[in-house]
Design a protein around this ligand. Structure first.
Ligand code: MLT
Length: 408
């Protein structure tokens, strides 16, 4: 008799964004004339930059000739892309990496979800609350947690509340933890962590032989020069941190799929007998076994992000999205909402009015002004009463959304 992996039975609600999609679909079916504005899931709306499209076209032409055709590439990605990443994203910030420390993949969602696989099931995970649901759900699926408890939480996980009081950067855990998930600039709150704050986490991880799984998918949206883009800007971080980066939001690759994960050679985990294990080698083994690499055409497109033209074009699009974030922040502030984030990240986080719950406000927005956002509670108990708007849309659409908010 085939049995199911019971850990999957512990999962509570469906994944957040399909659930939102389902509700919006039902509303649209009943209200076919409603002009719905989507500021929910953080999906980009601008097309790929011309430099990226040109590089992809050239790569397709190469694939059409036997002399330049590419079959299986290296599972870890082509060196031309890893070298461009190192030069532009790391060396420029004083961080040296080898190409064998960069693993190209088809997305940070997959990488942040998969990475836990190489660690023991007895490790205790710590997550911020609110949190990107992938970190939690994949650990539930793996069997690293207990069952569902109150408020959508799971037993055995250390939740670190992020609130307006702590400026959405959590306090260090007071109990032992082994795997710490941090995401800065943060999804969903749009807030950032300073170098001093990240240093506390790096020092904590070094003292406690813990590992930090650092999701930096939104680093390209940082505008404040004082805010670190990489955790490796902190001394000692290479010994304790993996970093996830993505071309999805940075360069419009949500549909094209390309990301990368940095696993420094210095990073160690421990065997039951106390000996050290080389995390880079273990991840490499896992990656080569389960993944056959991102397509050549996609990697050629991603490398073009780092060309002179590509950098300029991508920066223009990011500036446009960040201008949207500024418009949302300013308007909501004027309408009297308590507003956070949106300065160094494409997400604006705010308190729903009149002590409304997150889903209640979701329904009000959808029904009254036909705007889709993301209920804060979908990211965790501490998100209850909060709401997230994404800045990924056309500026005119964002202006129209704010005009509708004014009518609420
Ligand atoms: C979000 O809206 O939180 C993101 O788009 C989710 C993701 O990147 O998977």
């Amino acid at each position: 008799m085939i049995t199911i992996n019971e850990n999957f039975m512990k999962l509570q609600a469906g994944y957040l964004f399909p659930e939102i999609g389902r509700r919006v679909g039902a509303f649209a079916a009943e209200n076919p004339d409603a002009a719905i504005i989507k500021l929910g899931i953080g999906d980009v709306t601008e097309p790929l930059a011309p430099a990226i499209v040109d590089a992809m076209h050239k790569a397709v032409d190469e694939m059409a000739l036997s002399s330049s055709f590419h079959g299986y590439g290296p599972e870890q990605g082509y060196n031309f892309l890893a070298e461009a990443i190192i030069e532009n994203d790391y060396r420029s910030r004083g961080v040296e990496l080898g190409t064998d420390e960069v693993f190209i993949s088809d997305g940070s969602k997959c990488d942040t979800g998969n990475f836990q696989e190489i660690f023991g099931l007895d490790n205790v995970i710590a997550v911020t609350d609110p949190v990107y649901p992938v970190y939690v759900d994949t650990n539930v699926m793996a069997g690293r947690t207990g069952g569902a408890i109150e408020n959508g939480r799971y037993g055995g996980i250390v939740y670190m509340p992020c609130t307006a009081e702590n400026n959405f950067v959590p306090a260090l855990p007071t109990e032992p933890v082994d795997m710490i998930y941090l995401c800065y600039p943060n999804n969903p709150t749009g807030m950032v962590a300073s170098k001093e704050e990240l240093k506390k986490w790096v020092d904590f991880a070094r003292e406690n032989k813990a590992i930090i799984l650092f999701d930096a998918a939104y680093e390209a949206f940082i505008c404040d020069p004082e805010i670190p883009h990489s955790i490796y800007e902190i001394d000692g971080a290479k010994e304790v941190a993996v970093e996830f980066r993505s071309f999805s939001k940075t360069a419009g690759f949500t549909g094209t799929r390309c990301a990368f994960t940095v696993v420094p050679k210095e990073l160690k985990a421990y065997k039951a007998n106390g000996e050290t294990a080389d995390v880079n080698a273990v991840w490499n083994r896992r990656h080569c076994t389960k993944f056959n690499g991102v397509s050549y055409v996609t990697q050629a497109g991603a490398a073009a992000v780092y060309s002179d033209e590509g950098k300029k074009q991508v920066a223009e699009t990011i500036a446009m999205y960040m201008n949207n974030a500024a418009v949302i922040r300013k308007s909501l502030g004027e309408f009297g909402y308590d507003v956070y984030g949106g300065v160094n990240a494409p997400y604006v986080w705010f308190k729903a009015p009149n002590d409304m719950g997150s889903w209640e406000f979701f329904d009000v927005l959808l029904n009254k002004v036909n705007i889709v956002g993301t209920p804060g509670v979908g990211f965790g108990a501490s998100g209850e009463g909060y709401f997230r708007l994404s800045a990924f849309n056309d500026p005119d659409v964002v202006k129209e959304a704010m005009a509708r908010f004014a009518k609420l």
